[in-house]
Ligand binder design. Structure first.
Ligand SMILES: Nc1nc2c(ncn2[C@@H]2O[C@H](COP(=O)(O)OP(=O)(O)OP(=O)(O)O)[C@@H](O)[C@H]2O)c(=O)[nH]1
Ligand SMILES: [Mg+2]
Length: 329
């Protein structure tokens, strides 16, 4: 049976052949997969596209030289309760923010592309820590592929825009660049789903350099354009504006909750919460303590969630941030 490929498909195929970077190849392949006619005559071709796609994704996630040791600055092991990545154009202040938020000594410079390999730090928010990554800016040509791989792995995106320039345009440009990479974003009001975690991300925006002259006007425009899409925060690394609120914003975006366990003497361990995804149940909390508790927990006594103290709830009960549970088998 003939494949009957369309001119649009041929165009995407040409783009694929000409692509020199992995993200571009993946983009072109994605287009080819979307527009290829779906019938018996293209079955083999479609299988070939799928296998090429998984090969390229694998190459992207395991850049050459990553096998067999050596340092892999773009391969960052997750730590803390979640990983957020600062994404911005050159000079927007990503590294200065990382330093101000985590106490790291990353190099800062009043010129483009100061950062060429990622800096990593931890933000302390109350009793939990969140990992923060400051990669090279999106436009730095030498590291585009590695940055793409790195941000795919991150849990949430933090756009950093610069209030001394047209911050709205910067945010638009970031969206556009990331969309060409195949990313999509949750809007403020959208419920987060489990599928496609690598390409659909929660986004917040830090509007940095709030201390600069004229920043208020630029901020107002940014708020009008993006305020209903993503959470926005004004920050200044010079006078500290907004920095204390970043941890809370990230914690909320990561969609985690902290559950505390109470032992029968009545003591609660507030220093070491069990951190779970929102929507988790009493038995999920039990499982985190010990595998056998997934089914071993029969019920819990609960403090919090608007219940009266010590109320008995079933193991399917959905918990909320700050709940205290005493598990019973
Ligand atoms: N006035 C002011 N300047 C800032 C602020 N944050 C950063 N800067 C300055 O902006 C310049 C760029 O800061 P960096 O942190 O190096 O910017 P970057 O986004 O990491 O830049 P690249 O690594 O090149 O992508 C430096 O001169 C910083 O001192 C701020 O809040 N206010
Ligand atoms: Mg930098």
């Amino acid at each position: 049976m003939p494949a009957n490929l369309t001119p649009q498909y041929r165009l995407a195929e040409q783009w694929y052949k000409q692509a020199t970077t992995l993200p571009d190849k993946i983009d072109a392949l994605r287009d080819m997969m979307a527009i290829i006619p779906k019938h018996k005559g293209t079955e083999h071709l479609r299988a070939g596209l799928r296998s090429r796609m998984s090969k390229h994704v694998h190459e992207l996630e395991n850049p050459k030289g990553s096998v067999g040791g050596g340092t892999q600055p773009f391969n960052i092991r997750k730590e803390g309760i979640g990983q957020s990545v600062l994404i911005g154009l050159a000079n927007s202040g990503k590294s200065e923010l990382l330093n101000a938020l985590t106490g790291m000594p990353a190099k800062v410079g009043d010129y483009q592309f100061t950062t060429q390999i990622p800096n990593v730090g931890m933000i302390q928010f109350e009793n939990v820590r969140i990992q923060l990554i400051d990669p090279p800016s999106l436009e730095f040509p030498d590291t585009k592929t590695q940055v793409y791989g790195l941000i795919r792995n991150a849990d949430t995106f933090i756009f950093v825009v610069d209030l001394t320039t047209d911050a709205t345009k910067q945010a638009e440009d970031l969206c556009a660049i990331l969309e060409t990479y195949g990313f999509d974003f949750y809007e403020c009001s959208q419920a987060v789903t489990d599928d496609n975690k690598r390409l659909k991300k929660m986004v917040s925006i830090l509007a940095n350099k709030w201390d600069s002259e004229g920043a208020a006007v630029v901020w107002n425009q940014l708020e009008r354009s993006f305020g209903s899409r993503f959470p926005l925060l004004r920050t200044s690394c010079l006078d500290g504006t907004g920095l204390d609120n970043v941890g809370q914003m990230l914690f909320k975006q990561l969609g985690r909750m902290r559950i505390y366990t109470r032992i029968s003497t009545g003591n609660v361990d507030y220093q070491n919460p069990i951190v779970l995804e929102q929507g988790s149940t009493v038995s999920d909390a039990g499982e985190r303590l010990h595998k056998k508790w997934k089914t071993g927990v029969k019920y819990a006594s609960l403090w919090g969630s608007g219940k009266f103290d010590g109320q008995r709830v079933s193991r399917e009960y959905v918990l909320s941030d700050g709940d205290i549970v005493e598990l019973h088998s």
